[in-house]
Write a protein that binds this ligand. Structure first.
Ligand SMILES: Nc1ncnc2c1ncn2[C@@H]1O[C@H](COP(=O)(O)OP(=O)(O)OP(=O)(O)O)[C@@H](O)[C@H]1O
Length: 444
């Protein structure tokens, strides 16, 4: 069994692309197969080295290690041999019509109430006519002659699929400048590399019909692939994701401090009948079941991802959390804050709260209460019991309890209305910091 994830390096990967990478990886690992990274970089005008680096970085970050890597731009010889064969058999035929001529023909067909399909005029070109066009400096581009009828396959996600080839124009597979289009390069690679399962987005369903036809023209045998077309992942508002607009990009999620395993856990289960939960890679592999993937489009829900990430951070042991923490951070600090962060980008704030400087917001309405709090602050050294000792005195002196007692203190000490347990935080902060924050809140 051999699978491939085949992104085009024309942008940074988004969570939709990741859905395919994760599906291919988990399916391959679950069944003891190989997972290949294939860079579909035939579009030289849009492919860029920094996007290749980006794909490597994102996949490695997610923990999707690949067994082999190939680049389409390095496989021209392989394509040329197959192209010669297809030209010789007449399935690839030269075309000379300009964009302008094609548009005019298309409009005429539409006006005549016919579908705007290519009329295959160039199939009737005689050797003489071709020689004359070439003598006039015209260079042909090449279309693939589709067979009549439909191509059917039993999809692992979409069940029975059928693409009516008679409703599609013969596709251009080689441009006049010699560029090979994705549709052709991809099927040659899949055959040559012995890919057994093609898992990709449902945006490829029409391609699949055409590619089955091309594969059969190349080998003279039924296409040897099993297909799985996974629905597209939409953004939270139901909009399309785009590499070009960097929407929900893995790079930015990483920069925001999302844990890679939260993303893999979420993406492996979103749009399936299984509930997302924070799982290990091995658990994701063992539990991946393609028959649980739903046929309809799934929405990426940021709140759900954040909930998983919060759980992942909560479970993260100190040794692993160190990567997100300041060098001087202690295990006590991590234990105090780990249950209260959605993303690791929030950690520096809590570090400042306990070890650095923050600006306490003014609390004019609670000035007297905070002055009493300052006056009754226990002397050092402090422990986790100091909070209780202090607030017991405050309860007696001020008659306050519950929220009216705790909230002004929380706000003064942390500048937040929510956060880690105050008894633990107070012990970590130390007396000097607390005195200066209380003074700030009173003075302001
Ligand atoms: N929103 C999406 N949800 C799920 N899969 C997607 C989504 N967008 C693309 N894919 C899949 O990602 C894989 C990689 O494709 P590709 O690199 O061509 O991505 P793309 O985002 O469609 O790129 P481009 O915008 O450059 O065409 C393909 O299997 C494609 O079907």
């Amino acid at each position: 069994m051999k699978l491939r994830f085949a992104p085009s390096p024309t942008g940074y990967l988004h969570v939709g692309n990741a859905r395919q990478a994760v599906a291919n990886y988990l399916f391959a690992r679950r069944h003891g197969g190989r997972f290949i990274l294939r860079l579909d970089d035939t579009d030289t005008s849009r492919s860029r080295p920094e996007y290749v680096d980006g794909i490597h970085r994102d996949l490695a970050w997610l923990g999707l290690n690949w067994d082999e890597e190939v680049r389409q731009s390095e496989r021209r010889d392989i394509y040329d041999a197959v192209i010669e064969k297809l030209k010789a058999s007449g399935r690839l035929y030269p075309c000379f019509e300009s964009e302008h001529e094609l548009n005019a023909k298309r409009e005429m067909r539409i006006r005549a109430g016919k579908p705007p399909l290519y009329d295959r005029a160039m199939l009737k070109l005689t050797a003489d006519q071709r020689a004359r066009a070439e003598a006039n400096g015209k260079v042909p581009y090449w279309r693939f002659k589709l067979t009549d009828g439909s191509k059917k396959w039993n999809d692992l996600v979409m069940d029975e699929c059928s693409v009516k080839l008679t409703a599609i124009s013969d596709p251009v597979l080689i441009r006049a400048d010699g560029t090979i289009l994705y549709t052709l390069a991809s099927v040659i690679d899949d055959l040559e590399m012995g890919i057994t399962h093609i898992m990709r987005g449902e945006d490829h369903i029409t391609n699949t019909g055409v590619q089955i036809d091309i594969a059969e023209a190349i080998t003279g045998k039924p296409a040897p692939f099993t297909f799985a077309h996974l629905p597209l992942l939409l953004d939270t508002d139901g909009g399309k994701l785009s590499k070009r607009f960097d929407s929900l990009g893995l790079k930015s999620l990483r920069a925001d401090g999302i844990e890679p395993m939260s993303i893999v856990s979420y993406i492996a289960r979103v749009g399936t009948s299984d509930d997302p939960d924070v799982i290990t890679m091995q658990e994701a592999i063992d539990s991946y079941d393609i028959s649980h993937v739903s046929k309809s489009a799934a929405r990426f829900d940021m709140r759900q991802l954040l909930a998983l990430n919060r759980k992942a951070l909560h479970n993260l042991p100190f040794e692993k959390a160190k990567a997100h923490l300041p060098a001087e951070a202690t295990e006590e600090f991590w234990n105090a804050v780990r249950g209260n962060v959605d993303i690791s980008a929030e950690i520096p704030h809590w570090w400042d709260v306990t070890q650095g400087t923050i600006i306490s917001p003014p609390q004019p309405d609670d000035r007297d209460f905070l002055q009493t709090a300052l006056d009754t602050l226990p002397d050092s050294p402090w422990s986790e019991d100091t909070w209780k000792e202090w607030t017991n005195i405050l309860k007696e002196r001020t008659d306050r309890k519950g929220k009216t007692l705790f909230m002004p203190l929380r706000l003064a000490l942390t500048a937040e209305e929510k956060g880690p347990d105050l008894p633990t935080l107070l012990a970590l902060m130390g007396r000097e910091r607390v005195v200066s924050r209380l003074k700030d809140a009173i003075r302001a």
